[in-house]
Each structure stands twice: as structure tokens, then as C-alpha cells.
Design a protein around this ligand. Structure first.
Ligand code: ADP
Length: 191
């Protein structure tokens, strides 16, 4: 977990490789859905695209269903890393139910921390490099606001459960990756 621009997607790929588990990124899944070409674009694709461009959250109903389906696939049976999910209280609840139904549990929740100004700078830079439609200043501000309103408080839930692993997200990608694996290994050995 972490605010937009904290580096979740980048770090998720590294962690997935290190622990030999699939990274399940709701942002990537929604980007793929929204990119369906105009001729075949479904109602869902159009809806997701509009929401992402505005910086809001896709509904819990759609998001939870997509994650449940993804976690039901064979490659996730032995473990997985969630990137960008859960982001709302409703998603936390739905995830708890999914995991219980599958006889699984979370080993840890990584909180990637970074300061606001650095995040805006990173996202604007990414806009130049990747051309993501939601990386313009207006949408970035909206995404930060939505994160603060709906997601930031969820960290406390996981902290109360003893699952939170807080990591400083500032610095080189490899530095942050090392910090994450060190913190995670310490956390896992404590369990
Ligand atoms: P970032 O965290 O940098 O904004 P993501 O790629 O994780 O980037 O997410 C991009 C967008 O995808 C979000 O702004 C939101 O519209 C949508 N999205 C991703 N994950 C979720 C989620 N769990 N619930 C609702 N919407 C989501």
C-alpha cells in the first residue's frame, strides 16, 4: 500500500520475483480493460477508462469481483502479492472474506512511504516517460485526495492486526527493494 507515485508497481514486480509469486495489480488489470480498442470496447471498458482518467476509484463491486477471479487462478494458489488493493474499507472486508473462503491469510502488508512533493514530481516525470492518461497535474491531485480520504486510514487496520511493514520509499529503486525484502524477512521471521 502507499500513495499514488510511491512506487508500488515498480516494487511489486521485484518482490514478486524475489518470492516467486505473481503480482496482482488492480491498476494494471484496469489499464488493460480500459485499453480494449474502440470497436470492441465494452460498457465496462468505457466506464473504467472514464473513472481512471478522472482519478477516482473503480467501484468496490467491480474491483472485488476482478480480484476474486484473479486470486482463483492456479498460479495464485501458493501465494501472491497484491498491488493497489485493497483501497477502501469495503475492499478490506471483501478481501478478508475471499481469503477465509480459500483458507488463506495475509503474511504482511507493506506500506511504502514517501512525501507529497516528491510524489507529484515523480508522477509528472512518469507522465513524460510513459504517457499514462492519469498522470497529469489535475488528476494527480485528485488521486492524492482520494487516497487521503479513502485509503490512508486503512493502514491502521493492518497495523492493529500486527501486519504492517512500513518502508521508506525514497531513494534508488534497488535501495528501496533491499529495504523492503529486509523488512519483510524480519517481519516474516517474527511470525
Ligand atoms: P496509482 O496508485 O499510482 O494511482 P495504480 O496503477 O495503482 O496507480 O491505479 C490507477 C487507477 O486504477 C486508480 O487511480 C483507480 O482509478 C484504479 N484502481 C486501481 N486499483 C484500484 C482499487 N483497488 N479500487 C478502485 N480503483 C482502483
Amino acid at each position: 500500500m502507499g500513495p499514488p507515485g510511491a512506487g508500488k508497481g515498480t516494487q511489486a514486480k521485484g518482490i514478486a520475483e524475489a518470492y516467486q509469486i505473481p503480482a496482482v495489480s488492480t491498476g494494471d488489470i484496469f489499464r488493460a480493460i480500459s485499453k480494449a480498442d474502440a470497436a470492441t470496447a465494452s460498457e465496462l471498458a468505457l466506464q473504467v477508462k472514464e473513472i481512471m482518467t478522472s482519478g477516482g476509484y473503480v467501484s468496490d463491486e467491480i474491483t472485488n469481483q476482478i480480484v476474486a477471479e484473479r486470486l482463483g487462478q492456479a498460479d495464485a494458489a501458493e501465494g501472491f502479492l497484491l498491488d493497489g488493493y485493497p483501497r477502501t474499507a469495503g475492499q478490506v472486508e471483501a478481501l478478508d472474506a475471499m481469503l477465509a473462503a480459500n483458507g488463506q491469510r495475509l503474511d504482511g502488508v507493506i506500506s511504502l512511504e514517501a512525501d507529497q512533493d516528491e510524489l507529484v514530481a515523480r508522477l509528472l516525470k512518469r507522465a513524460e516517460v510513459e504517457g499514462r492518461a492519469d498522470d497529469n497535474e489535475e488528476t494527480i491531485r485528485k488521486r492524492q485526495q482520494v487516497y487521503a480520504e479513502q485509503t490512508a486510514d486503512l493502514l491502521r487496520i493492518y497495523s492493529d492486526r500486527g501486519l504492517l511493514v512500513a518502508v521508506d520509499g525514497l531513494g534508488e529503486i534497488d535501495e528501496v527493494s533491499d529495504r523492503i525484502t529486509d523488512a519483510l524477512d524480519t517481519h516474516l521471521n517474527r511470525e
